[in-house]
Each structure stands twice: as structure tokens, then as C-alpha cells.
Design a protein around this ligand. Sequence first.
Ligand code: LMR
Length: 400
Amino acid sequence: VFDHVVRAPEDPILGVTVAYNKDPSPNKLNLGVGAYRTEEGKPLVLNVVRKAEQMLVNDRSRVKEYLPIVGLADFNKLSAKLILGTDSPAIQDNRVTTVQCLSGTGSLRVGAEFLARHYHQHTIYIPQPTWGNHVKIFGLAGLAVKTYHYYDPATRGLNFKGLLEDLGSAPSGAIVLLHACAHNPTGVDPTAQEWEQIRKLMRSKALLPFFDSAYQGFASGNLDADAQSIRMFVRDGGECLVAQSYAKNMGLYGERVGALSMVCRSADVASRVESQLKLVIRPMYSSPPIHGASIVATILKDRAMFQEWEVELKAMADRIISMRKQLFDALRSRGTPGDWSHIIKQIGMFTFTGLNSAQVAFMTKEYHIYLTSDGRISMAGLSSRTVPHLADAIHAAVTK
Ligand code: LMR
């Protein structure tokens, strides 16, 4: 009965790792998936995470009972404070409901399912381009997905005029997906002034912001700075949704830890919204897993551990920024044709190089360097040792 099933293509991002794993070359380099690597090219478990895990193991009072449908209460409270700010008026007014979800993807999906059931507008505008999974998450939840202009290939910067025009002509009440910081894949973010203009326009048209926050602290090294766009929208008293991921900033990728916060008009609305979020979650996976959220809660509630985390987070962010500089210098010293200043201007984990899919295929074939076909490079996968190899490959790709 399954004979008719056709083989599906690999995921455009995770499939890059599948191809990389099959390559026997000793020089191979995976710059596809956004996952942090050390200077030695190894995955990193933060010291503070190891410490928290040890504390959890030593605590014999801990059991493996089911969490509530909405997840770990401490984790939810602390996650809302982390993203909205400890002094957030919305939290003080009890207008925020937060549910623990399966990392960023799960948080986006739960939010999308809720909106499809309970929100009057079913159109969501996502930036062009955006993280490939966004289209599928929102589409499969039953929302109509449209795009708004975001990236300008000519300047390798923001197409702010196009963005304002598209959001300006969106129907009233439409949902708008916004990357809170470190836009994936472009690394191009609006300035604070531009965010303020976006906010004004969106509020004037009652457009509903849905933030994807996958890189808090990872972009600038500062947790508060990377949450400013969201806090701007919460300060004005309006509603919004926020999907938070701890994959990158705590290195908890495979633990699948995230949260969905919905900022509502009143405490009463927030509690009714939460009751409906439970109806979304229960038939999907009943309740979320306990381990990763316990690690996060342990770190966020202890002042010393929190500070230790901030130091480790900043070190990761700084290493990525230094990779940008090194790659830029390496291309300049090779006299590689083109203006590569976007490498140092773009923000966060990725550089959107401007390389086309044929150039990417050439680099993979000839240099065993793996990246997504849109030319996105995970800077977190680079090290001082591998920069020259990448620079050689880019040079060869653009001069051949
Ligand atoms: C990425 O964009 O590489 C990451 O967000 C990982 C993923 O799940 O795609």
C-alpha cells in the first residue's frame, strides 16, 4: 500500500550535513547548519550547562514525572523575563502567557496553530528570504503565507523601502513574522530607528507581530541588546507573539528547548489564551520534555550561573565576529574581486555571501566545503585554521 510513495528531497539545510557526513575527504568543512563549533572545529557544551546538569543529577529528589502540558513553570516565567526584560510592564500586569515548546520550530508551530484556530486573519507575511522552515511551519498550520521585501541583493543590505511598501499594503490585521535579531539567512537587521518605523506602521494597521528569537545574546554578545526589537513592541502596550529558542545561545540544540510567549491585552485574556494553547499542545505531543528546560531554569534562576552563561555566550559571539574579520581580510589579501564588506557588516551566525548555487556547487565539489545553495555560510563553523581554505575556495569560485 505504500508502493506509490515517492522519495522526498533532503531538507535544504539539514541535508547539507547528510551530504557532508558522506564525504570521505579529510579537508571537508561543514558551514551549512547553524551550529557553533570551537576553534578546533568541535561542538561545544557550555561549562555552565555541564554544571547545571551535574546539579540536576545530584538532586535525588528529582523525578521523571510528566510535566504539565504548558511545561516547567519556572522555565516559563524565567524565559518571559529573559526575552521581555525583568521590568516588563506586560509581565507585571500578568498579560503574558508562556508555554514551553520544542525549541524555536515547536514554538513557532504552536503559535501558528493557535492563530489558525483563534485569530481572525489567516495571512502571514514572512521576509524574503527567510529561514526555509518558516514557509512550511506556517503553511502546514493552515495560514496563507505571503512575503515582504527584506533583502536587497544590490547593496547586500536591507530593502527598507520595499519592506515598508509591502507591510503598508498588507491587509489590516495580517500577521507579520519578524526576526528579532541576526536575521537568518541574511545577517541583515533593521537599525533601531528603522525598527521604530516598522513598529509605528504595523501598529497603525493593526498588523500582528510574531517574533522569531533564535539568537538572543548570540548576535551582539548582549542579551538585552538582542531583545530590543521585541521590547519596543511590548512597551507600546500592544499584542505580540514571541518564539524563543535556547538551541544557539545555550548550545542546547538537541535538547529542543524553547518557549512561546503571547503578550495579550489583559491578564484575563492571557489566561484564556493559555487554556487554548493547552488544547493545541495536548494532541500534538502531550507535554514537553523535562531535562533541557530544567537546565535552562537552573541557570536563569541562579545569579552566579547566569553571569557565567553571559561570559560564555559573549565568547561565542566574539569568536564569530572575529571569524568575519579574518575571512574578510583573507579575501582582501587574495585580491578576490568584489566588495566583501558585507561579511563584517552582517550580524549573527550567518554571512549571506552573494555566491550563487553554481559557485556553491563548485566549492563543494572542488574544495569539500558544504554550505546551503543560497550562498549562506555558518560563520560559527569556521576557525582560524579553516579560513584560508574557505577564502581559497571563494576566490576560485568567483574567478573561474
Ligand atoms: C539553521 O538555519 O541552520 C538552523 O536554524 C538550524 C535549522 O534547524 O535549520
